[in-house]
Design a protein around this ligand. Structure first.
Ligand SMILES: Cc1cc2nc3c(=O)[nH]c(=O)nc-3n(C[C@H](O)[C@H](O)[C@H](O)COP(=O)(O)O)c2cc1C
Ligand SMILES: O=C(O)C(=O)c1ccccc1
Length: 375
């Protein structure tokens, strides 16, 4: 007789988990409670966090059949560069709290598939360390610092190290109201895992009254809390770098139009994985109107809620040019380090390709034409 108990399934499985739900569950057992909770949780009542995921199920693709899908080309061209797939690793800070090798493990796993890696401003390693670890494309995620020397120092270092884009995160001018972190008394920076870039930044270090760990942490928190960030700062940034500028965190079509007006090179439709502001539109619901407003003038990227290949294909069918993967790779890092992330990415790419074949599309251009209806 078939034994359908969960225990039986877990015991007979020794492979790296395929299901996102298993990655999350095993990471929960692997990590300290406050660390898992920091990664998992969202802002306020976590409604937006939940809806980011559940809303994907409301979009349904209509597959086409009897087309020759024997050759699948997943490649895209982004900012003048050919990439093997439309998949990118989202910027995630303080990765060392998940695994000792943090960003270095992730960037090396991503190198296997030549996926772009976006290094966070609050990375556990320096720009130079990450740049030397692998040869895949790297982008730098910028949290604007109120100290302009610090801001432009980071941008220059990224440019010097051969990074290919600046991703300016605009939805985190102050940290969201994260009740579970408040409950645990948990600050992601307090353990010293988010200062890899800053501790080697001479402009930042010389701005500190003393060089202690506490002064450093306070300095970072103070510098990245910047509620007066505004469109005019984009003009300043454009003067300081030749790299493409991508704004991360756009949800309103009018902000997308302003981004065009200010001459940015790309946008990321994102609600920061529901971690910043609750009670707002699930990221996937914001995508169609923004794609329409941008009308192909600059690339529109997407994140928040991508869990498997099927989700990524839906986002592309709704008009995204590429998607960022967040929490799933963080859980994979927690479970299996560099090899865990490699396994996860390998599975994700195969899953995505299978979904392309079965919807009857051979290229990303065709994937954008997939008919998709909302329940
Ligand atoms: C633990 C964690 C840390 C993050 N750190 C950053 C960061 O430093 N900079 C940034 O722009 N976004 C950061 N994000 C947001 C991600 O880039 C991305 O927008 C989000 O994870 C997407 O949601 P999803 O993981 O649910 O798909 C972080 C997300 C998580 C889960
Ligand atoms: O946790 C986050 O989502 C994030 O963006 C962040 C902000 C400051 C420090 C570390 C991570």
């Amino acid at each position: 007789m078939l034994n359908t108990s969960n225990d039986n399934i877990v015991q007979t499985t020794t492979k790296f988990p395929y299901r996102f739900e298993d990655l999350e569950r095993i990471a929960k057992h692997t990590l300290a409670e406050n660390v898992f909770s920091y990664i998992y949780s969202g802002a306020s009542a976590e409604n937006t966090l939940q809806k980011n995921n559940s809303t994907f199920h409301k979009y349904n693709m209509i597959p086409r059949l009897l087309r020759d899908v024997s050759k699948i080309d997943m490649s895209i061209n982004l900012f003048g560069k050919q990439l093997p797939t439309p998949l990118i690793l989202a910027p995630v800070g303080v990765l060392k709290m998940v695994n000792e090798m943090g960003d270095l493990a992730v960037v090396k796993a991503a190198e296997t598939f030549n996926l772009p890696f976006i290094q966070s401003t609050v990375s556990s390693f320096s720009i130079e360390e990450v740049s030397q670890a692998s040869s895949n494309p790297k982008w730098f995620q910028l949290y604007w610092s109120k100290n302009l020397d610090v801001t432009f120092n980071m941008v220059n270092r990224a440019e010097q190290a051969g990074y290919e884009a600046i991703v300016l995160t605009i939805d985190t001018v102050t940290l969201g109201w994260r009740e579970s972190d408040l409950h645990h008394g948990f600050s992601p920076l307090a353990n010293g895992y988010g200062q890899g870039i800053w501790e080697s930044d001479t402009a930042f270090l010389s701005s500190l009254r003393d060089g202690s760990q506490n002064a450093m942490i306070e300095g970072i928190i103070d510098n990245i809390n910047f509620p007066s960030l505004q469109w005019q700062h984009i003009v300043e940034l454009k003067k300081r770098t030749h790299l493409p500028i991508i704004l991360k965190g756009i949800l309103h079509p009018d902000d997308a139009l302003l981004a065009l007006q200010y001459g940015v090179d790309g946008i990321i439709v994102s609600n920061h994985g529901g971690r910043q502001l609750d009670g707002i539109i699930p990221s996937i619901n914001a995508l169609p109107a923004i794609v329409k407003a941008i009308d192909g003038k600059i690339p529109v990227l997407f994140d928040s809620g991508i869990r498997r290949g099927n989700d990524a294909l839906k986002a592309i069918a709704l008009g995204a040019d590429a998607v960022l993967i967040g929490r799933p790779f963080v859980y994979s890092l927690a479970i299996g380090g560099e090899e865990g992330v490699r396994q996860f990415l390998s599975n994700f790419i195969q899953d995505f390709q299978t979904n392309m074949i079965l919807t009857g599309v051979c290229s990303i251009k065709e994937a954008k034409e997939i008919h998709i209806v909302r329940e």
